[in-house]
Design a protein around this ligand. Structure first.
Ligand SMILES: [Mg+2]
Length: 393
């Protein structure tokens, strides 16, 4: 099979850069964009290079950042502007390919395999896009160029800002082998900690490990991580259209036997919400409401819903919200024939993710999402039965 050419484009310091386009006089001063102007709760959503030099970190509390950097300038977020620039960047990408998969508001994967004849090698296309973004939007991007999504993403993280990094098949291990495992997409903090205890520290380290050993440490996810490290990720760049937005996404189930206890409902909710959230993520949506549906063995139907402030497409969060609602309205007077849940009041995920960062909650959600993504990947390959969250076992 001929190799694919995948680009991962990442707008650098996205919020800070966009905000600074409006305040050019601040460009060389340390600037942050903070979620809430109230210092006690506000956290740093983004910082420019000057603020970075003072050790200011994303997600830290504003007053802590100010301790590190007394002259720090704090700007409020401007979500409409971010959305506008995100779309503008995307329309530049669209000049080179229509296979574009957004990853958050400021990152996209591009499959340019079919564009090479017209526009040159992946590296050449990367430079063209980078320069166009700079001249038309005034922002910088870093681009990773590789033969799969995981390495393209890794490449865009390796050099920033305003850089192109190529990770070719021929010698990728020379380039990435010594990087810490945590740099790899899907290698979360907990995973890395576990592997570090076994002396598995770098990307190269994990490729030398035995599958059985990895499985005993991390389950099947360990084997997948090794495959990613070996360059064997072959997941497609999945185009997501921003235009089509369903009103709600729901699932229900009628199990072979009536449901008589709460624990079973919980397990079902987790399964259902995983499926629902998967669809939400594919469409770049998040739910800001949940609807729970019950039908008793006497065929009495009840439906109840509630909206909430922080949008989510994280299945555990959604299942928890469904369970809360269920607990309030249902008392198991009679057994249940079927239950269902429905994600409602859907909104584009990007806007919501940023806003709920204010509450810190989304950091948890984000991690869960990454775990879920990897679970989904395994399921797609091997089918549902092979991997389940431990809570459903
Ligand atoms: Mg970025």
């Amino acid at each position: 099979m001929k190799d694919r050419t995948i680009l991962h484009c990442d707008l650098n310091n996205f919020f800070a850069s966009v905000s600074l386009l409006k305040h050019k006089e601040l460009a060389n001063k340390p600037v942050t964009v903070c979620g809430s102007t109230e210092e006690r709760h506000g956290i740093v959503l983004a910082k420019n290079e000057a603020a970075k030099k003072f050790g200011v970190k994303t997600a830290e509390v504003t007053w802590q950042a100010k301790l590190k950097c007394p002259g720090l300038i704090v700007l409020p977020p401007e979500y409409d502007e971010y959305e506008k620039y995100s779309r503008a960047a995307r329309s530049i990408y669209e000049r080179y390919t229509d296979i574009i998969e957004p990853f958050g508001i400021d990152e996209c994967w591009l499959d340019v395999t079919g564009s090479r004849l017209l526009f040159g090698s992946g590296e050449e296309i990367a430079y063209k896009i980078k320069e166009t973004i700079k001249s038309e939007l005034g922002c910088t991007i870093s681009v990773g160029v590789s033969f799969n999504k995981v390495f393209a993403k890794l490449g865009s993280d390796m050099k920033k800002p305003d850089a192109v990094t190529v990770i070719p098949r021929e010698n990728f291990m020379e380039i990435i082998g010594d990087l810490p495992l945590g740099d790899l997409l899907f290698a979360g903090r907990k995973t890395v900690e576990k592997l570090n205890r076994y002396g598995i520290v770098t990307i190269n380290d994990i490729t030398l490990c035995d599958d059985i050993m990895l499985k005993s440490i991390l389950g099947i996810n360990g084997v997948w991580l090794k495959r990613y490290a070996m360059g064997l990720d072959n997941s497609p760049v999945t185009p997501v259209s921003r235009d089509y937005m369903p009103k709600s996404v729901g699932r229900s189930v009628t199990p072979p036997a009536d449901i008589t206890d709460r624990e079973t409902v919980w397990k079902i909710f987790i399964e259902l919400s995983e499926s629902v959230c998967r669809q939400l993520r594919q469409k770049g949506l998040a739910a800001t409401g949940i609807c729970v549906h019950t039908r008793t063995s006497g065929l009495e139907v009840k439906e109840t819903s509630r909206s909430f402030k922080n949008g989510t497409n994280c299945s555990i969060t959604l299942a928890e919200k469904a369970m809360e609602l269920f607990d309030e309205v249902y008392r198991f007077g009679s057994p249940l024939r079927s239950v269902g849940l429905r994600a409602i009041n859907l909104k584009p995920k990007d806007g919501i993710a940023i806003q709920s960062d204010l509450f810190g909650k989304d950091l948890y959600d984000e991690k869960n999402e990454v775990i879920e993504e990897s679970i989904i990947k395994v399921r797609e390959r091997f089918g549902n039965q092979y991997i389940k969250r431990c809570r459903t076992l």
